[in-house]
Design a protein around this ligand. Structure first.
Ligand SMILES: [Zn+2]
Length: 336
């Protein structure tokens, strides 16, 4: 019998599978960048990931979390060791597999929830960023039998934020246990920070709009900005993997043409402001202040449109006054 899932919408079996693979990726964090970067062109590293995926359901049937992780640990080390002498194994594959074997040589692996661990670190950083405006969200993990975004890309993960009255927001991470490779683990911080910075921190109560250039574009740019700065704290040994996979997956998270336009418009506005004011960090803070403002989303979208068409300065207080704290974000939004 599989160990009990800590998530209400995740079956015990799926929990065991996600825990088994997640524990290995967490333990092999120092090799994650090489593993994720090289896997696309490597038959052996893809076989290694697939073999892990085949063993995970067997490990998941054990009774406790430590047993699940220990069984996965022993088998993964054995698979990696065996594959090193496979006839088509390249020197690059051997380097990755040897690093993984070295990282798995420790006697026991952490068997606590790897997803809650990443979420906790992301949430703590966001709570500091938003200060008193922050309201801690609930966290849920669900499993899908196929790629959650219906794609064939290696980032088989998605997330969404819903407003749960009266208790606040809930962030839901959607994962596919059959397709849980190093790219997915490395991009988790990017996916969660998008939900937390763009959506949980939003001061408006409007329903989600995937076409909002402010929420999905301007704020997404800010979420990437903060990921880059926070990755060493949140991700530790796989900080570079997290940043590289966030960049590499950028286009994949814009599958819908409207979302693509919203993302690109908002990002373009943020980049223009960063160049004009020569202070990208100040523009990221401005994004957070605008997002936290307790007003509808439409003036925030209008802000992005005015930046893009160059008409912002004609009607609003000077942006440098808002950046320097002499005018509030609410005051700026009230003029739009
Ligand atoms: Zn979003």
């Amino acid at each position: 019998m599989a160990p009990q899932s800590p998530y209400s919408q995740l079956s015990d079996d799926d929990w065991g599978r996600l825990l088994a693979i997640g524990a290995i990726h967490r333990q092999c964090a120092g090799t994650l960048r090489e593993f994720a970067t090289r896997r696309a062109g490597s038959q052996i590293l893809t076989k290694f990931r697939d073999d892990m995926g085949l063993h995970a359901p067997l490990a998941a049937k054990l009774a406790t979390c430590p047993q699940v992780v220990e069984d996965m640990h022993l088998n993964t080390r054995s698979i990696a060791s065996t594959l090193r002498s496979h006839p088509v194994c390249t020197p690059g594959d051997v380097t990755v597999l040897s690093s993984i074997c070295a990282e798995l040589s420790t006697r026991t692996l952490a068997h606590d929830d790897p997803f809650a661990d990443i979420f906790r670190k992301c949430e703590a950083a966001c709570a500091q960023l938003y200060g008193p405006a922050w309201s801690p969200p609930a966290f849920e993990v669900v499993a899908r039998s196929t790629h959650p975004r219906g794609s064939t890309d290696p980032w088989a993960v998605s997330a969404g934020t819903t407003r749960q009255r009266p208790s606040g927001h809930e962030v839901c991470l959607e994962m596919c246990p059959c397709d849980f490779g190093p790219e997915v683990f490395a991009v988790l911080a990017r996916v969660l920070l998008h939900e937390l910075i763009c959506h949980v921190g939003a001061g408006d109560t409007d329903k989600a709009d995937p076409l909002s250039p402010f929420a999905e574009g301007f704020m997404d740019w800010a979420s990437i900005h903060y990921l880059t700065g926070w990755a060493p704290t949140i991700c530790g040994p796989y900080a570079t993997a997290a940043i590289l996979q966030a960049r590499a997956s950028g286009e994949s998270f814009k599958a819908h043409p409207g979302t693509k336009a919203a993302r690109e418009g908002g990002e373009d506005a943020a980049l223009r402001l960063g160049i004009q004011h020569r202070r990208p960090a100040a523009i990221a803070q401005l994004a957070v202040d605008l997002n936290a403002a307790r007003c509808p989303r439409e003036p925030k979208n209008e802000f992005v449109r005015r930046v893009l068409d160059g008409t912002l300065d004609a009607s609003a207080p000077p942006l440098s006054d808002v950046i320097d704290g002499q005018t509030s974000a609410e005051d700026l939004l009230a003029t739009l």
